[in-house]
Design a binder for this molecule. Sequence first.
Ligand code: SF4
Length: 137
Amino acid sequence: MEDGYELYRSMELWSDELRLHGYADAVELHSGVPVPIEHKRTGRHDADRQQLCAQALCLEEMYEASVDHGYLVDRTRHRRVRVSFDGKLRARTLQTIAELHAMLAEAVLPPPATDARCRNCSLIHSCLPQLTTGTKR
Ligand code: SF4
């Protein structure tokens, strides 16, 4: 128990409705209302906001509660950035989830990004994007 709220680290999340499963870095529980927290190197990408929003969608189903905001923790600047789960962000997130399920149904991986996103990606050592695209051998 922190200052007036419960803190859960590495919390398992899921949504049967959206067919999602994963983990949040942390979830704060304020009077029964969950607030997702995700640590990022910068937290400035829309993909980060969508990931946080997807966590909120899971938490809404799990807790039968409305989750209207969460926080991205910018590890570079050591600050918390509030993210509001407004209609536009929810729509983009649901669109990405739909595209993800379509991709999984086709069992075809998209081509690797091989751009600036790879520098901060935790998967770079298993993905090896420059090898799989043939830009560097
Ligand atoms: S390292 Fe692979 S998974 Fe990560 S951003 Fe680049 S292409 Fe995508």
